[in-house]
Design a protein around this ligand. Structure first.
Ligand SMILES: C[S@@+](CC[C@H](N)C(=O)[O-])C[C@H]1O[C@@H](n2cnc3c(N)ncnc32)[C@H](O)[C@@H]1O
Length: 383
């Protein structure tokens, strides 16, 4: 049984940059080639143009296609829309900040909900389109868009608000693959600490939680990882080792999950600190059937709990599709698990030292089953 409902091959997991390969799923090898070509070009460009990985990050958001994928993600966009438009009581007469406003879609929802004024900040050139969109939709007096890094700009509060240089509500869609990829939550924390009113400030969403479960995924692991063991009669196993270190972002079929799924990280966005996003957390998984376990699946949920009626969404394999899909971590060799057997684990995560938008993730497993035993750590890099 293959875990995947659909397959997409992305050598680079840069959120939404993956659009470049997403439509080429029929020909996996050409997708991979395409991705690596782009990366090679990017590296070459970096040496010739002096662009940094930060520039490439914002550049990746400058094309409308990335925003199309996000806006068409109905689970994502409709949850934000409902959180804002069904809670006009929270928005009426309030000052709102949209952190990473992109095309301005969330800013316009906030304006529609009756915000007194909305500030939207984005470093990507997509904000030039957002300015036009805001104007043609009649919100130019209600929404002010600022191009720049959140960490570097000032909000142009009116002079008569000299003593009130704060916002009542922060809205932001900052979530990356595996929730934390892209490290954009750091930016929301920065904005919160600088501008959000200290008493009764609202952040949408305000809660996030990450989960992990075991996965039967022999067919897909065979195609993606073990395939490298023998290529046209040659031993390509060094590449298998590299492939094992790269978590795969793809859609997992709920039927392939063969343990319970358990939370391993809970974030309160109203109070969390940047340091909380570097963690090493324990979990225990219990097999729900006799099966082979090829790896683990991780996903996240977000909640808007400061609303009159809290809402949220899940990126779980048991929920509707979102563009975040799920994140798969393979073991080198499968474990044979019996229903009811438990494994102790821990997952550590920290931003990569050379590019802080990438993540270094390690999964430590202790399993002493009747047919399989494993005691070790696997290191992954989500990039
Ligand atoms: C995931 S997109 C969300 C866009 C839009 N809010 C939406 O919901 O469709 C995140 C946006 O945040 C911007 N961004 C990320 N980090 C930023 C930072 N430090 N300063 C300014 N903009 C940032 C990106 O350029 C990108 O357009």
């Amino acid at each position: 049984m293959s875990s995947t409902k659909e397959s997409s091959v992305e050598g680079s997991n840069m959120k939404r940059k993956k659009l470049d390969t997403a439509d080429k799923d029929d020909d996996k090898s050409s997708s991979n080639n395409e991705t690596s070509k782009q990366l090679n070009n990017a590296e070459q460009d970096e040496t010739t143009t002096g662009m940094t990985s930060k520039d490439y990050y914002f550049d990746s958001y400058s094309h409308y296609g990335i925003h199309e994928e996000m806006i068409k993600d109905r689970v994502r966009t409709e949850t934000y829309r409902a959180a804002i438009l069904n809670n006009k009581n929270l928005f009426e007469g309030k000052i709102v900040l949209d952190v990473g406003c992109g095309t301005g879609i969330l800013s316009m929802f906030a304006a529609q909900a009756g915000a007194k004024h909305v500030y939207g900040i984005d470093c990507s050139s997509i904000i030039e389109q957002a300015k036009k969109i805001v104007k043609i939709n009649g919100f130019e007096n209600q929404i002010t868009l600022i191009k720049g890094k959140v960490e570097e700009v000032e909000l142009p509060f009116p002079d008569n608000q000299e003593n009130l240089k704060q916002v009542d509500i922060i809205i932001s869609e900052w979530m990356g693959y595996f929730l934390l990829y892209e490290s954009m939550l750091d930016t929301v924390i920065y904005a919160r600490d600088k501008w959000l009113v200290p008493e009764n400030g609202i952040i949408l969403p305000d809660q996030a939680c990450m989960y992990i479960g075991g996965l039967e995924d022999g067919n897909y692991k065979g195609e993606r990882v073990d395939w490298w063991n023998e290529v046209y009669g040659f031993d390509f196993s060094p590449i298998r080792e590299i492939a094992l270190q790269e978590p795969i972002v793809d859609v997992v079929n709920g039927n392939a999950v063969n343990t319970d799924v358990v939370p391993f990280l809970s974030i309160d966005i109203l109070t969390c600190k940047k340091e909380d996003l570097v963690f090493n957390n324990e979990f225990t998984l219990t097999a729900i059937r006799n099966d082979y376990l090829h790896g683990f699946v991780a996903y996240f949920e977000c909640a808007f709990t400061q609303l009159h009626k809290p809402i949220g969404f899940s990126t779980s394999p048991f929920s509707n599709y979102t563009h975040w899909k799920q994140t798969i971590f393979y073991l080198r060799d499968p474990l044979t698990v019996k229903e009811g057997e438990q494994m102790k684990g821990s997952l550590s995560c920290k931003p990569n030292a050379s590019n802080n938008r990438d993540l270094d993730i390690s999964i430590n497993i202790k399993f002493n089953g009747e047919y399989s035993k494993f005691n070790g750590q696997i290191d992954y890099n989500l990039r």
